[in-house]
Design a protein around this ligand. Structure first.
Ligand code: NDP
Ligand code: HSE
Length: 441
């Protein structure tokens, strides 16, 4: 039997205050409106936006119509006693923190897409939310429309997870793809990413790897059951990548992607974001544009891969609205019976430290600019042997016509970052080496 209109009218209503009506906020509004009936059939209630706070009230009114309260002060949502859920899609870590904490203090549920907020202030926010018995849902904060938070927190709950790695920033993946496939300049590709609503308000967060580190921080917490530790993350973005490294990587059978990586070792956790050479045959190497993908290895399930749109209006709104459905379903469930914020019971989080960058273990690509002189390769390989770094592959091009400089490319086996640090310094000091070696992982 079809559900009747009167049935919907009798349904419980969840009232939402929407903070931010930009790319994501407008998407949330649209999805809630367009899919209202499907969403009610799933959640068992009507989810209705009753107040919107954003800047530029004329445009806001035009978008939301005449029946919704609108204003510009974020605390208007906190102070509206009728509102059950704050949806924070405004961004930032100052006003957003204050508003979210104030909403929690008033017993409101919170849904946020704000990874910066949770990576930096998550421990405080989850602790306060626990005290108040309210939910803080954040599916949209990691990998846009991919339900990776749900997959880690619920679908993989049986596993011990020791490693995950992902393309978790749509903007940088889009830029790398557009530069490679269409020959666009960095600036033109970034401008397109901004126009399409993928980039952060400050795009250096994307380009310098900070946004991916926020997300990797959250993934590490829910994969390993540790507090959020953004301060410990090693972060390197894509702004310093040189055209020749893409060419050499290609010749060696690799693609360069910005990866967020979290790995559990006996001594601590590796938490890092950096451009990474991935063998071209791997699925991750073929994730293009604003698509994201997260590879997770669990001891029971083995290797799994989650793929989908990582940024943009409707994909992100899909995740925010899914959180709203979860909140609606669980609002009457006792707080201690709900899925824990960080996947593990709050009092079972382990204080495992993030390892310093010098302790990272991985394989390396070194591009060493040299004068084409006898003995230079022997000097370099001797230093690598001295420092215990084993070489996996090597590439040396003839100098171009009229030049006597060229690049030596070394690919190493797995080693420890500090050994590469020492070897690089010694190589740079060789008389035939013309500049510091370029290092990729
Ligand atoms: P936008 O800049 O498009 O939207 C933010 C909205 O909030 C804007 O309308 C902005 O107004 C308003 N706003 C900002 N500060 C205030 C304030 N102090 N008072 C009132 N209104 C304010 O950002 P997005 O929608 O792209 O992103 C929102 C959040 O979602 C961020 O945390 C982002 O990291 C996250 N996110 C974004 C994704 C995406 O693909 N875009 C994907 C996943 C998460 P104004 O325009 O005047 O600044
Ligand atoms: N700026 C982010 C990105 C938005 O490009 O991935 C999605 O979190």
């Amino acid at each position: 039997r079809h559900t009747t209109r009167s049935h919907y009218q009798r349904m419980k209503e969840i009232k939402v205050g929407l903070l931010g009506l930009g790319t994501v906020g407008s998407g949330v509004f649209e999805v809630l409106k367009n899919n209202a009936d499907e969403i009610s059939r799933r959640s068992g209630c009507r989810i209705r936006v009753t107040r919107v706070v954003s800047r530029g009230l004329d445009a806001v009114r035009k978008m939301v119509g005449p029946d919704i309260a609108i204003s510009e002060d974020p605390f208007d949502i906190v102070n509206d006693p009728a509102i059950d859920v704050l949806v924070e899609v405004m961004g930032g870590t100052t006003v957003a923190r204050d508003v979210v904490l104030a909403a929690i203090a008033k017993g409101k549920q919170v849904v946020t897409a704000n990874k910066a907020l949770l990576a930096v202030h998550g421990n405080e926010i989850f602790a306060k939310a626990r005290e108040q018995g309210v939910m803080v849902a954040f599916e949209a904060a990691v990998a846009g429309g991919i339900p990776i938070v749900k997959a880690l927190r619920e679908g993989l709950a049986a596993n011990r997870i020791d490693m995950l790695a992902g393309i978790i920033n749509g903007t940088t993946n889009f830029i790398l793809s557009e530069m490679r496939d269409k020959g666009l300049s960095f600036d033109a590709a970034l401008a397109d990413a901004q126009r399409l609503g993928y980039a952060e308000a400050d795009p250096t967060f994307d380009i310098e790897g900070i946004d991916a580190a926020h997300k990797a921080t959250l993934l590490a917490s829910i994969a390993f059951g540790v507090p959020v530790q953004f301060d410990g993350a090693y972060i390197e973005g894509i702004s310093k990548l040189a055209a020749e490294d893409f060419t050499y990587a290609d010749q060696l059978g690799y693609r360069i992607k910005l990866l967020g990586i979290a790995r559990r070792r006996a001594e601590g956790i590796e938490l890092r974001v950096h451009p990474t050479l991935i063998p071209a045959r791997r699925l991750l190497a073929n994730v293009e544009g604003a698509m994201n993908a997260v590879w997770v290895k669990g001891d029971a399930v083995g290797e799994t891969l989650y793929y989908g749109p990582g940024a943009g209006k409707l994909p992100t709104a899909s995740a925010v609205v899914a959180d709203l459905v979860d909140v609606a379903r669980q609002i009457e469930v006792a707080p201690e019976s709900r899925v824990p914020y960080l996947a593990f019971q709050q009092d079972q989080l382990q204080q495992v430290p993030v390892l310093p960058a010098s302790e990272m273990e991985t394989a390396y690509y070194l591009r060493i600019p040299v004068r084409d002189e006898p003995g230079v390769l022997a000097d370099i390989t001797r230093i690598m042997a001295d420092e215990g770094v084993s070489i996996d592959a090597m590439l040396q091009r003839q100098p171009s016509e009229g030049a006597n400089t060229t690049d030596i490319i070394l690919m190493t086996h797995r080693t420890v970052e500090k050994c590469i640090d020492i070897a690089s310094r010694r190589i740079e000091a060789l008389p035939s080496v013309t500049a510091a070696p370029v290092r990729l992982r």
